[in-house]
Write a new protein. Structure first.
Length: 391
């Protein structure tokens, strides 16, 4: 008999759709994959070379559980320089992707029955991890009319004496919302007042097209004391398969997270960490990111323009990340839900999208525009034709 905790566990919908689109493509079907939550750019060569060199130099053994010292130092420098927040290397833990980092943080803080506030629409993994660990995910519903931005009032309503943490994700997956600094300040203040941890998932920090990114921990020392700053190499340097993410937090928590890391993955892959080190240190890294983001901006503009022109569809212009989240509820009502609509889009339109219900938002569809602009255009035209045929 399996544990009750996994009885409701769902596999990652985003990974499932990505795999399905890849499978169809391998069979020769011309599927446009809007499902994948990963940049379509290759990992930069200088990063690969550093990793190859590390392999040749024999960096093939266990490494310290919290990460190789050089990488933790480079991350501390990055956080100070780019995010205006001062962490010591001893306050940083590197693990196998930020997904694992999130799991370790939640393992470290959650007791049975404690609640975690999760703004909804949310990234698929947050509520699943909380559930598996015996916590209770509490959705904080956000509104399309407000651009899916979290406000302090919305979280105030949901706080109970069991609230343990709030997960923030700005720029947001799946909505592309970027939270303004004034709102983040108010939200952080409430968390400080109520002793609620902030888990700030900053994986998409570089992909911002409107407004500017603010790292929550930079707001004040008090905020920093209750914040777990989470980041990843996956999106910034197009390194999704390398599985490298990290957390920065007060040392007393970092020590526990490093111990949990030592009892689970041992350490993030040793030679891969040398690649990540090069990504942070080499001035080419910044140029690579700038090029990628400028490409994403063009695609975002195109995707927004095309989706906005489909009858009976509303869509918020995303300010960050590489997702756009149109409201297709007019059409999903006709198909009996967005899961069926996604199937129809795949079967008839040959376009793979992730249904909004996977993100807690029935009737929406997540489109990842990590594809060439021509494919973005072709894919949205296919969606349009399929939807028009439905009505
Ligand atoms: N957070 C968010 C919001 C994501 O979209 C993802 C997916 N890449 C992750 C965390 C996990 O990324 P990784 O484990 O590759 O670092
Ligand atoms: N985070 C990406 C996404 O949302 C990758 C898939 C995953 O990790 O679940 O599609």
């Amino acid at each position: 008999m399996l544990s009750g905790r996994v009885s409701r566990l769902k596999p990652s919908a985003t990974l499932t759709i990505t795999a399905r689109a890849k499978e169809l493509r391998s069979k020769g079907v011309d599927v446009i994959g809007f499902g994948a939550g990963e940049p379509d750019f290759d990992t930069p060569d200088f990063v690969k070379e550093a990793c190859i060199k590390a392999l040749r130099d024999g960096k093939t053994k266990y490494a310290p559980s919290a990460g190789i010292p050089e990488l933790r130092e480079a991350i501390a420098e990055k956080l100070l320089k780019e995010n205006g927040v001062e962490y010591r290397p001893s306050e940083i833990v590197v693990s196998s992707g930020s997904k694992m980092i999130l799991f370790l943080i939640l393992t470290a803080i959650l007791n049975e029955g404690e609640e975690v506030l999760i703004p909804s629409p949310y990234w698929v993994t947050y509520p699943e991890q909380v559930n598996v660990l015996g916590g209770v995910p509490v959705e904080v519903p956000l509104k399309e009319e407000e651009g899916f931005v979290l406000t302090a009032d919305r979280i105030r309503d949901r706080i109970t004496d069991r609230t343990k943490a709030l997960i923030l994700n700005s720029p947001n997956n799946p909505t592309g919302a970027v939270y303004p600094e004034e709102e983040l300040r108010k939200i952080a203040e409430i968390c400080v007042e109520n002793g609620i941890f902030i888990i700030s998932d900053e994986c998409y920090e570089k992909m911002v097209y409107e407004g500017s990114f603010v790292s929550v921990a930079s707001l004040s020392e008090e905020v920093k004391d209750i914040t777990f700053t989470v980041n990843s190499f996956s999106k910034t340097f197009s390194m999704t398969g390398w599985r490298l993410g990290y957390v920065a937090c007060p040392e007393k928590y970092a020590k526990v997270i490093a111990s949990l890391n030592s009892q689970t993955v041992s350490n993030a892959t040793t030679f891969a960490q040398y690649g990540a080190l090069e990504a942070l240190k080499n001035p080419e890294g910044e140029k690579f990111v700038r090029r990628m983001v400028s490409e994403f901006r063009k695609r975002r503009d195109k995707a927004f323009e095309l989706l906005s022109s489909i009858p009976n569809v509303s869509v918020v212009k995303p300010e960050g990340a590489f997702y756009i989240f149109p409201n297709f509820s007019f059409y999903s009502k006709e198909t009996g839900g967005d899961i069926r609509l996604a199937e129809i889009l795949l079967e008839e339109g040959k376009v793979a999208c992730v249904p909004g219900s996977a993100f807690g938002a029935e009737g929406y569809m997540r489109i990842s525009y990590a594809l060439s602009i021509d494919r973005v255009e072709e894919g949205i035209n296919r969606i349009r034709t399929t939807l028009e045929r439905l009505s």
